[in-house]
Design a protein around this ligand. Structure first.
Ligand code: NAG
Ligand code: NAG
Ligand code: NAG
Ligand code: NAG
Ligand code: CA
Ligand code: CA
Length: 850
């Protein structure tokens, strides 16, 4: 069959114009339906029924086909594009029904036929070609089909892989008619077998031409009411006006985690040519981690492929056009001066493919140049970190590529430098942000320490136990301060990592002499018993802790360390509450467990040192505002009605009656201060209950309860945190999170976006020693884990959240502590002090019923 005679495209003559229809694409059928508007559900249902019928029919046919036919040939399809250099684009080429389109498409197909007929590996198997679309340039997008005997497939693939050479050869040698089209920039790639094999899939195709000042929207089918359908291939062919590029901004991206199943793939093309793929994306992206892309020309193809199960809400993206080289895309130029900054186009969003920028930097004569990349993300599949043959940045002749953690410094030993950024035709990333400054060649880091990797660090950060340089060079050859721990291997570590069960030195020096001998077990009451006495059915510790977690959960005599079920029976499992396993005979350990879970999904940020939380990541975080003052303290949601905060937040202070409910307004669901949003709920208070034994001098019992004036409705952004049982153990060495806007009661908020930091629980004995015996059993110490600058994330009253097991495994967060003192911040070399929530579990229950 000659496709040219059958209407140019694989488009069927639609028997009925269901705007809501769904088409499938079986092996023997290459139809597809082009539509303008979104599909409906009726079509999908019809499609499923038809699909089932066709599938069973086809299974029969295929069995027959493969078992009883001898000359088995398989169908292979190749998609590609090329530029026609001797044609001028006409508007009519956008419409595949126009006579202009048909005439040019016919000519392209005929020339393709000629090219294939001159190639022995292809001529015999060629079936036909069809032109899918044209875009400015003039670029033709085509699809060619071959019927290849099994066994010849590799030869055809390799011939097609050098399609550009075939075209060149044909154009050089042939006796060509004067009006022949001249092709350039020819690329071709095989069409994934998924689309032409015996699998039947639903197929949707949309086209959209964006105009000036117009923002179009694309959504996955069913969005936002239903999950996207299974076994579907959807493509959106996007066009913009000449001289413009497509800007695609996802405001929702929520797919399955594994790209093997469901994914979105973007192309810098109108058809799915592998060498024009821009990015393949799956999983979840928070709205605060936006995905925004630019094409290199006025076309883009967005595809969504879904597998047979595990369907998520889907995607929504906005499509607009921006002038090529316009705002945000400008790059390169000359920068003269002692310092300056530059970044990749569209930073911090994805740079466009096929882009080159060149900066000429000049600092005062006699100086050298230090270039510091604060972010460097140029990841590309198949890119070798050494050769940098794809996307790269070159500082003079030194090429950098790939994804770099932390800062990267490059020193240029001259007062002029050329920086080039190149992105090739495929795969893009978020790019880089860089600053440069003039340096003195004799003293490149004045009054600072120079790391091996050329970064400059504050002298205070040398030998302080944190790897600030990123290459450890600030922590080698140290003579430790006497307040620090001297590891045997020469490293210095903050004293508070001693005896916390984590090997910080690397040679375990910090964990020696920590109470028990190697063959001993450390009881919860700090006694040591022989390891072989553990789980032998007898209480050797004295508090029963050697008989906890001994495999099978059984009931056991009640004591201080055992969990008590509602029926007053005790069990020998540590932290059994809300862990997803019913341990109590009456099931009470799994009651009231609607807490501590994030409804949204979060992925670990690739950007190291980024300390902003994502929206909805800590939905129990509350911002307590004093009317007229703004944010002054943090708190945690523990139920629809109750919050937990610090007692020192609610002490009267001269003019302001912090103890009075009417002074306060609780803001729930806040991500950015002073930015109202749909997620934010503001409520007054009905009562404030500080702990009766709160001691304003020692900060002992620094905890308070707040009753909201009315119940709050939970949402993706407002959820309660789980309260730990009185016997819950948060061992020293456990990594937990603190969050807040960095405010003290006296000052306003320091950060506008909620900040997070990881801290580690410090051994209480060690902490008490470091803090000159100020630590009571109602206090918990934790120290900041990340290096770099001082982090001040916690707000007084805010949560110390402990995730019981990874969130992806359904792990819940427990409120381990309430930020109490130690500046309300976690400073490096200074532990933060938290109220131990387990000690107040009975009191909270008594006052709130929670
Ligand atoms: C092309 O023509 C068919 C039938 O005449 C019509 O249904 C279809 O909408 C047209 N397509 C375009 C892109 O104009
Ligand atoms: C780039 O980095 C500089 C310095 O690190 C910073 O001030 C600036 O805000 C960054 N720009 C963007 C867009 O992130
Ligand atoms: C050593 O510790 C003392 C006391 O904590 C501190 O004041 C001093 O700055 C530290 N010195 C260094 C080099 O870190
Ligand atoms: C805490 O450190 C002390 C020694 O300073 C040690 O005896 C004790 O066992 C440690 N506690 C834990 C829980 O590791
Ligand atoms: Ca350091
Ligand atoms: Ca340690």
């Amino acid at each position: 069959m000659d496709y040219m005679d059958s209407g140019m495209r694989y488009t069927p003559k639609p028997d009925k114009d269901w705007d809501t229809s769904v088409q499938f694409l079986p092996a023997s059928d290459t139809k597809k339906l082009e539509k303008k508007k979104g599909p409906g559900r009726i079509g999908a249902v019809v499609g499923v029924v038809v699909f089932a019928a066709v599938l069973s029919l086809m299974t029969g046919l295929l069995v027959w086909h493969f078992h009883y036919r001898k000359d088995v040939r398989e169908k292979r399809m190749y998609t590609g594009s090329m530029r026609i250099t001797n044609q001028v684009f006409e508007q009519a080429y956008e419409n595949s029904n126009s006579t202009e389109f048909k005439a040019l498409a016919k000519q392209v197909a005929e020339q393709l036929k000629t090219i294939y007929s001159k190639t022995p590996q292809l001529a015999k198997y060629y079936v036909g070609s069809t032109v899918e679309a044209f875009s400015e340039g003039v670029v033709a997008y085509y699809l060619s089909e071959f019927k290849v005997p099994v066994g010849q497939a590799a030869a055809v693939d390799s011939a097609m892989a050098s399609m550009d050479k075939l075209v060149d050869k044909a154009q050089r040698t042939a006796h060509r008619p004067g009006n022949a089209l001249v092709f350039e920039d020819v690329v071709s790639s095989g069409v994934s077998s998924v689309f032409i094999s015996c699998f039947t899939i639903y197929f949707y195709d949309y086209t959209q031409h964006t105009r000036a000042n117009h923002i179009g929207t694309i959504t996955s089918p069913g969005f936002p009411n239903t999950p996207y359908p299974p076994n579907t291939y959807i493509q959106w062919q996007l066009r913009a006006d000449p001289g413009y590029v497509i800007k695609l901004d996802f405001d929702t991206f929520n797919l399955e985690e594994d790209c093997k199943n469901d994914f979105v793939k973007l192309y810098d093309s109108l058809v799915a040519i592998e060498s024009r793929a821009m990015e393949e994306i799956c999983g979840y992206y928070s709205p605060s981690d936006p995905l925004s892309f630019l094409s290199s020309r006025n076309v883009m193809l967005v595809t969504l492929v879904t597998s047979e199960k595990g369907n998520y809400p889907g995607i929504r993206a906005h499509v607009s056009q921006v002038q090529k080289g316009g705002a945000g895309m400008k790059c390169g130029g000359k920068i003269i001066g002692p310092q300056g900054a530059f970044m990749s186009p569209n930073f911090p969003n994805y740079y466009p493919p096929n882009t080159e920028c060149e900066w000429k930097i000049e600092v005062p004569a006699g100086k050298w140049i230090s270039v510091i990349f604060s972010k460097f993300l140029l990841f590309e599949p198949g890119q070798n970190g050494k050769d940098c043959t794809k996307d790269y940045v070159a500082v003079n002749s030194k090429k950098l590529c790939g994804e770099k953690v932390g800062q990267v410094a490059e020193t240029v030993s001259s007062n002029v430098a050329t920086i080039r950024f190149v992105s090739d035709r495929s795969f893009v990333d978020r790019g880089f942000n860089a600053t440069f400054k003039a340096i003195d060649s004799l003293d490149p880091c004045p009054k600072m320490f120079q790391c091996k990797n050329q970064l400059c660090m504050d002298l205070k950060l040398k030998c302080d136990g944190w790897n600030d340089c990123g290459d450890m060079s600030d922590e080698l050859n140290c003579k430790c301060n006497e307040s620090d721990l001297q590891c045997k291997n020469g490293l210095c570590k903050p004293m508070f990592w001693q005896c916390d069960g984590v090997n910080d030195c690397g040679d375990n020096t910090d964990e020696l002499n920590c109470g028990c001998k190697a063959d001993q077990f450390l009881c919860l009451n700090s006694a040591c018993v022989l390891k072989k006495k553990r789980c032998d059915g007898r209480d050797d510790c004295g508090d029963g802790s050697d008989e906890l977690d001994c495999g099978r959960t059984t009931s056991t005599p009640c004591n201080d360390v055992t969990y008590k079920c509602k029926n007053q029976m005790c069990i020998n499992k540590q932290n059994p509450e809300c862990d997803g396993t019913t341990d109590c005979a009456d099931g009470s350990d799994e009651e009231n467990c609607d807490c501590g879970q994030r409804l949204l999904r979060f992925k670990g940020s690739r950007i190291v040192g980024g300390q902003e939380a994502e929206q909805g990541e800590f939905p129990w975080q509350v911002s307590l505002h004093v009317k007229a003052y703004g944010h002054v303290c943090g708190a945690s949601v523990i139920s629809r009605r109750w919050l937990v905060t610090a007692a020192h937040c609610v002490q009267d202070d001269g003019k302001i009656k912090f103890s009075q409910p009417r002074t306060w307004e609780a803001h729930l669901g806040v991500h950015t201060q002073r930015m109202p949003g749909k997620a934010v709920v503001k409520l007054g208070l009905k009562q404030v209950i500080p702990h009766p034994y709160y001691n304003a001098y020692t900060y002992d019992n620094d905890i308070a309860l707040m009753e909201l004036a009315s119940d709050v409705a939970f949402s993706d952004y407002i959820q309660p945190i789980c309260l730990p049982a009185a016997q819950h153990v948060f061992p020293s060495g456990t990594t937990v999170s603190i969050t807040g806007w960095g405010a003290t009661r006296e000052g306003g908020s320091a950060a506008s976006v909620l900040q997070k930091a990881q801290v580690r629980i410090i051994n209480g004995t060690v902490c008490n020693r470091l803090m000159s015996n100020q630590i009571t059993s109602r206090m918990l110490c934790a120290g900041i884990l990340s290096g770099g600058v001082d982090a001040c994330q916690g707000d007084s009253g805010g949560p110390l959240s402990s995730l019981a097991s990874p969130a992806s495994e359904g792990g819940r967060s427990f409120l381990a502590g309430v930020v109490s003192w130690g500046d309300g911040c976690a400073r490096r070399n200074k532990p933060g002090i938290y109220s131990t929530v387990t000690k107040f579990r009975g009191w909270i229950k008594e006052k709130t019923g929670v």
